[in-house]
Ligand binder design. Structure first.
Ligand code: KDG
Ligand code: MG
Length: 410
């Protein structure tokens, strides 16, 4: 089944997305997500200029061979731009194969291992009353697990807090951190203030909502290993489901120190793009959850291998699911979630109405559980006409500086 056409569509229905549409000689269309927040056009160029010309004429059924051809054939391996581009191809080919088989993709991955996919939502607040309102709103929407982010007294707007707007409109900041602006906004960070304040937030949330509700927190790479160890230990009384990205893990050994000091479960990997990034972390059982997105880690083929490797060490999945993963990338993650045995939890930030208009989709969120639906293939398509009404607009994630002006992880 030859590929006769492949096209890259960049659209911005509230935020920017990069989508690859592959068409076969039989007229089957498959979709893949190559969105890389703030660097979208680099992936679009990688695909259009260097990958699409190699795809036309290839057999759409040879997914593994095409993956290896693009990965090894480029000579330059890994990296977020390369791996997002390869992911777009891989997911589009799995979509085609499943459509041709007449089956929802999860059936080709081994079938359903569960009836629904437990999701967590994002609650945040500038103060406790605002945070409690946000938690209550999520509980009302059906969420059974909730990520908690809080402002820090003395600091202004920080990532993950619903204090700002996306476009000068009504969007919450925790809903979409990338701002439509030609340059990133700048924020101020103070680690000591954060380390002092956060345990008081979790204490208040536990007092208000009780011991049962699974709570998560994203540290966003802001701490050194010893600071991360200290935070993990100080959060132990509040029984977190996970503490995410507590320290940059490019140096995988640094997690040994954190692990040695705390029993708070650890999740890492949304900025990783290869199984190699996890090798020490998984083999030494230094983490509990793998945070990679299908879109940023080369697609379904390598993610399946990554989860099978993690399963050997009782490490579970926690697939990245912010709004910068398009509905196509989201659906790819959901099919994996449903099929693998070592599923942990799935992040879910619903997209805007405009985004859902551009990407008609079969997946559902009901009573706290996601499901990819039973449509053959991925169950997500791209409405090219609707997409054309939303041209690309530059948008960037914020940057962070310490009080003395030093650049810091945001
Ligand atoms: O593009 C960056 C966002 O996806 C990221 O900041 C969101 O940390 C995030 C999360 O856990 O969803
Ligand atoms: Mg995160």
């Amino acid at each position: 089944m030859r590929i006769v056409n492949a096209e890259v569509v960049v659209t911005s229905p509230g935020r920017n997305f990069v989508t690859l549409e592959i068409t076969t000689e039989d007229g089957v269309r498959g979709y893949g997500d190559g969105t890389l927040n703030g660097r979208e056009l680099a992936v679009a160029s990688y695909l259009t200029d260097h990958v699409v010309p190699l795809l036309v004429g290839r057999d759409a059924h040879q997914i593994e061979d095409t993956w290896q051809y693009l990965h090894r054939g480029a000579y330059w391996r890994r990296g977020p731009v390369t791996m997002a581009a390869i992911a777009a191809v891989d997911v589009a080919l799995w979509d085609i194969k499943a459509q041709v088989a007449g089956l929802p993709l999860y059936q080709l991955l081994g079938g359903a291992s569960r009836t629904g996919i437990r999701a967590y939502g994002h609650a945040s607040g500038r103060d406790l009353p605002e945070l409690f309102d946000s938690i209550r709103a999520h509980l009302d929407e059906g969420y059974k697990s909730i990520r908690i982010q809080s402002a820090v007294p003395g600091l202004g707007t920080i990532y993950g807090i619903g204090a700002g707007t996306t476009t000068g409109g009504t969007g919450r900041y925790d809903y979409e951190p990338a701002r439509r602006h030609p340059v990133p906004t700048e924020e101020v960070w103070d680690t000591r203030a954060y380390l002092r304040h956060l345990p008081t937030v979790f204490e208040a949330v536990r007092n208000e909502f009780g011991p049962e509700l699974p709570l998560l927190h994203d540290v966003h790479h802001r701490l050194t290993p010893i600071q991360a160890a200290k935070l993990g230990r100080s959060l132990e009384p509040y029984d977190l489901f996970w503490m995410e990205d507590c320290t940059p893990a490019e140096n995988q050994e640094s997690l040994r120190l954190v692990r040695h000091h705390t029993t708070t479960p650890l999740a890492i990997g949304e900025v990783f793009n290869s199984v190699v990034d996890y090798q020490t972390l998984i083999r030494e059982q230094l983490i509990d959850y793998v945070r990679s997105a299908v879109t940023h880690t080369g697609g379904i083929s390598p993610m399946r291998k990554l989860f099978d490797y993690a399963a050997l060490y009782q490490v579970k999945s926690g697939i990245h699911g912010p709004t910068d993963i398009s509905p196509v990338g989201m659906a790819a993650g959901l099919h994996l979630d449903l099929a693998i045995h070592n599923f942990g939890i799935q992040e879910f930030m619903p997209h805007s109405a405009e985004t859902y208009q551009v990407f008609p989709h079969a997946y559902t969120f009901t009573d706290g559980y996601l499901h990819p639906g039973e449509t053959p293939g991925l169950g997500v398509t791209l409405d090219r006409e609707a997409a054309a009404a939303f041209p690309y607009e530059p948008a960037y994630l914020p940057v962070n500086r310490l009080r003395d002006g030093t650049m810091h992880d945001w």
